[in-house]
Design a protein around this ligand. Sequence first.
Ligand SMILES: NC(=O)c1ccc[n+]([C@@H]2O[C@H](COP(=O)([O-])OP(=O)(O)OC[C@H]3O[C@@H](n4cnc5c(N)ncnc54)[C@H](O)[C@@H]3O)[C@@H](O)[C@H]2O)c1
Length: 233
Amino acid sequence: MARLFAERGHLVVVADLDPEKAEARAAELGRDCNGIGCDVTREEDVKRLAASLPRCDVLINNAGIGDSARPTLEQDIGHFRAVLDVHLAGTFLCSREIGRLMIAQGAGAIVNISSIAGLDGIPGRNAYGAAKAGIAMMTKSLACEWATHGVRVNAIAPGYTRTALVDKLAADGALDLGKIRRRSPMGRLVEPVELAEAAWFLASPAASAITGITLSVDCGWAAFGAAGDASAG
Ligand SMILES: NC(=O)c1ccc[n+]([C@@H]2O[C@H](COP(=O)([O-])OP(=O)(O)OC[C@H]3O[C@@H](n4cnc5c(N)ncnc54)[C@H](O)[C@@H]3O)[C@@H](O)[C@H]2O)c1
């Protein structure tokens, strides 16, 4: 997403936990892109991030932590709270602080990252599913509240996408990628660039009348309701 927005002329600020990684990633984007260390669960970090920006046209709330399916009776409250904190409190804090800038500008677009896990139940993924469903609902609330301020708020619900998070779950044996391909009507995972294109569309003037939606970008995953495999994988 950062690469695609930078290639198309945006000055991108990469905010992530590790400042060195954020700076290194921003340096790859060229031009005057910046990297900044920011823990989205910490109010002071998010306020510092917002204060460093003279203006902001697009906010993508992408920070997230994965979790493996685990029997509910064995789930730990600390991990449950941590997942809600990053996804829900993080989306809330970043939207509130950057939304303040956008409202002052009279324009802006926020793209939140939900998930197919927020649309349908995945046994054992209580915190992640609840957090992603919560993001879809927060998207609607913010969209309605800020609609007359020129600020649009939408979300994307990605299907399984080949990123570091999914690679780690697959390497740990927590995800069977073959099974996932067969459950996908298109027989494949989503490519990161396909999510970037969806974020670009939602943030662009082409989507000027679209606010409050959660757009599935999932190779047909959420559309499939029959028994068995959806494709040969
Ligand atoms: N990969 C998938 O299949 C998939 C599917 C649906 C939704 N998503 C969502 O997409 C988003 C991106 O996921 P990804 O697959 O690229 O994962 P990733 O692990 O590759 O990237 C997530 C990033 O979030 C950062 N992060 C974690 N906690 C943070 C915090 N407290 N403050 C700031 N940054 C923090 C991490 O450092 C990491 O760089 C997440 O919200 C994830 O839930 C991913």
